[in-house]
Design a protein around this ligand. Sequence first.
Ligand code: AMP
Length: 379
Amino acid sequence: MRIVLLGAPGSGKGTQAKQLVEKYSIPQISTGDLLRAAVAAGTDLGKRAKDAMDAGQLVTDDVVLGMIQERLNEPDAKNGFILDGFPRNIPQAQALDAMLARVGQPLQLSLLVDVDTEVLMKRITGRRTCGSCGAIYNIYFSPPKEPGKCDKCGGVLQHRSDDNETTVRSRLEVYEQQTAPLVSYYKAQGKLRTVKGVGGINDIFNNICDVIEAQIRPLAKAMSAAEAAEAESKAAAKPAVKPAAAPAAKPEAKKTAKKAAKKKAAKKTTKKKASKKKAAKKKTAKKKVAKKKPVKKKASKKKVAKKKAGKKQAVKKKAKKKAAKKKAAKKKVAKKKSKKKAAKKKAKKKAVKKKAAKKSKKKAAKKKTKKKAKKKKSR
Ligand code: AMP
């Protein structure tokens, strides 16, 4: 996906670009960010750019074009990109077209985020950016909880040096004079689409995504079909032997080669259609499975609940058994105790009985001796 985001400074295209990066996994390439990084690093390029930036003017094309060419050559841009803040004038747009034509990857969409000038002024002059995590705030529309402090990471909020009112005015003027003509430039190419840049960030984002889906999918299809056909015909027209050794191709041979290439291209497209159908079938099958899954999940949930209930019951049973055992053990101990008590009682009784028996024996013996003594006396 190769997109240019057009819009005046403060239109919110940078914020939208960040969301597009997440959704489509392609890099956002912002010439403003690249230039600011160069200024901060103090590179030659940064030094050359700084004055123009501080004055709200455009940095010279040669600086920007060199920088953008380098960035587009990086591996992460091979599958597409979102250009933010570039191109800024017609010569830059033409240079971009030429760059992309050289690699056979033309631009697919130029998306204008449209916002009124007054809203833009407040948006830009009120903008604050966190120096640590890059979170963006606006003191008028979305202020941080604590002034000057990032809600997310506590970092210090910074006010861009070119976000003051005088610079902003000249940046807006520059936009009107140099960048706004790009609207007609891309309209003429049939690649321009417009989205209103006011309202909720997510609503704007959804509108942008709708445009992308509507514009890029069919365009990509048409382009890939045309590219495939061209590549096929080129391949078929090429002689199989080395050019130096091969005789010049006759016009008739060329015609048949072209025909063959066309046939091949047609076959390819039918094959593609067939594979797409297959893919669509797979998708619907997957969807069906996906639909069925929740039912399964519900069933398994029930099972899990049952299992849980069973476990709970088992635990309760165990606890009951334990309690019963304890009771039984207590009873045993109580029984033993009562037996011991009874035995002690018995032993006491016996002892008492013995004592009584002894006493009565002694008494009887005493009586006998007394009787004997009386008898002796009477004799
Ligand atoms: P931006 O963050 O896109 O608003 O850019 C900030 C400043 O960087 C602009 O005011 C220009 O001075 C400079 N700049 C960014 N992109 C370009 C560009 N494509 N061509 C020239 N100057 C640029």
